[in-house]
Write a new protein. Structure first.
Length: 215
């Protein structure tokens, strides 16, 4: 039986996140929402993040603007500000943990994810950096992502999947995906595979060089 840990990026969105939360609640599933800080400036979206936290989900930092991978920003201080601003907003949701997922730009891993100043910030704030090993590209293929996601689950022992609570129409198939994943033998889990956590509570668990741009 394979493990499946679900995560949702880029929300919250009033058109989508309530439906996702309702589906997860009916099934008794818990997940992590990696939110875009800028969206939490909107009271309606902040309320959704607070609802998610109250219902037992975790809220993670997914940068403030989600505009440029942090390792590609010309000004390193701007990259750190992306995290600082979102850190403060996530705290307002009631979240006390420190989870960060970098913006990959299409789900790619590489040295564009971080820079040395960002790494220092994450160390100082005792963040855990959470990557991924399954990107079904639901945002780009709202009608075809389910088959790709099911294939990814069966190809590894523990899948850490990135979905998106965005208004693309993809989450209309979330319930069907969960049904099929369960039928295939997937065991829903909230833990993260070790290979997807290069930093845990501010401590490096593996070399970070593959994810850090040159100074």
């Amino acid at each position: 039986m394979s493990k499946l840990t679900l995560t949702f990026d880029n929300g919250p969105e009033p058109e989508v996140t309530p439906r996702v939360l309702d589906i997860l609640a009916r099934r008794g599933l818990k997940t992590t929402f990696f939110v875009v800080g800028q969206k939490l400036l909107d009271p309606e979206r902040m309320e959704l993040a607070m609802r998610a936290r109250e219902e037992g989900h975790r809220i993670g930092n997914h940068t403030f603007t989600h505009s440029t991978p942090l390792g590609q920003m010309e000004d390193a201080s701007d990259a750190v500000a992306e995290l600082e601003r979102t850190d403060a907003l996530v705290a307002e949701t009631g979240e006390t943990g420190k989870l960060f997922r970098p913006f990959g730009g299409g789900g790619k891993l590489g040295p564009h994810l971080l820079n040395p100043q960002v790494v220092e910030f994450l160390h100082n704030k005792a963040y855990s950096c959470i990557l991924w090993n399954a990107i079904p590209r639901d945002w780009a293929d709202p009608e075809g992502w389910v088959e790709r996601a099911l294939e990814q689950i069966t190809s590894q022992e523990h899948t850490l999947m990135v979905l998106h609570d965005l208004p693309t129409g993809a989450m209309a198939d979330l319930e069907a995906f969960l049904d099929r994943a369960e039928a295939s033998g997937a065991d829903f889990d909230t833990s993260f595979p070790k290979e997807c956590v290069p930093m845990l509570d501010g401590k490096d668990m593996m070399p970070l060089a593959p994810y850090v741009a040159a100074a």
